[in-house]
Design a protein around this ligand. Sequence first.
Ligand SMILES: Nc1ncnc2c1ncn2[C@@H]1O[C@H](COP(=O)(O)OP(=O)(O)OP(=O)(O)O)[C@@H](O)[C@H]1O
Length: 298
Amino acid sequence: MTLASLLDVTRRFGEAPALDHVTLDIEPGTLVGLLGPNGAGKSTLLSLVAGLRRPTSGTVTLFGGDPRDHRNRRALGVTPQESALPPTLRVGEVIDYVGAHFDQRMPTAELAAEFGLGDLLRKQTGALSGGQRRRLSVALAFVRRPRLVLLDEPTTGLDVDGRRALWDAVRRQHEAGATLVLTSHHLEEIEALAERVIVLASGRIIADDTLESVVGRVGVSQVRLRSAESDRIASLPGVTHAERNDDGSVTFSARDADELVVALVHAGVPFTDLAIRGATLEEAFLSLTDGPILERAS
Ligand SMILES: Nc1ncnc2c1ncn2[C@@H]1O[C@H](COP(=O)(O)OP(=O)(O)OP(=O)(O)O)[C@@H](O)[C@H]1O
């Protein structure tokens, strides 16, 4: 059975849609990465699945029912992007408090050990570091042994070691049977965890595929140069995007920068001021949209 689904879902805040005709199913056993730049609609999507918001149009289901009905949320674990913890309660008390709401729960010591909180059980949450607080917030999503877990940017504020430790814990929970959907800006994080990657941009799904396939598509380089024949370069094989810069140069996204330069030389296209670098994630997203377009007139 599909655990959660969105069918032609649009959610507006005022005029602009935060989600724009989105359709997707979350199947059991998957670890789904929701990737997209700021404002792409990732948190909005999670809040709809968690029943915190209603779609403007379309249908959202959770465990086959309406996510706004609390009975349908029993097997759901959520860590929002920001969460508050009662500062005077100890870590162990917070876990016990949340766990007390559920019949099937992970014992406090087990959960704490799993998320590297074992030595902090007696510490008040107000005395935790930002990273420790984040780890606790993520751990709380797992207390009830949920079937589906939504994690909104789970590793924000964690250092490199903390991030890796959390990735390991998330992986173990997934292996133990949890289906997970997590959002991230970081391709690296999605690469470390996800099996399926959904890329959102401006409220729309621009890619929904296996990790290998999406990483292959966003693994592009940026080739910047000046040429009187930019349109010809934009039509060369391997060029996925082209954008004119204010200084008159053009930046081309290409799967293989070396191949593009060789092709330029072979085609006898004149160019100067060549510079090559890896694409930022933002640029990689752009390269997922339709074909090369020279967007700005010089
Ligand atoms: N409560 C709200 N009121 C008005 N606009 C909102 C509200 N929540 C979200 N939006 C808008 O909806 C769009 C999508 O926001 P959302 O938070 O879902 O994006 P996101 O991909 O999670 O971004 P980020 O990576 O920055 O968290 C943005 O343009 C945002 O400004």
